[in-house]
Design a protein. Sequence first.
Length: 85
Amino acid sequence: MSIAVVVLFSILFIVANLLAFSAHQQEHHPEHPTQRVVLPMDPTAFETAETDEHARLERPPETVVRPMVPKPRPLPEYPHQRPAA
């Protein structure tokens, strides 16, 4: 019984602290709302492929991040595997 009371009060304490911290953040940073802002659809989103190509050429290329994969080591060459000269 006492363990259940301790667990219940611990959960209530954590929730109260999270709510207080959230209110504190909203107080000091009101310019960052937590709700998503839905913008109206951009009418220029459906442009032709030609204008998309021009826009692609004008903007800088995106950085491609590839995972680091070790290069496979070359297999040793044995005399019987070499092509005949």
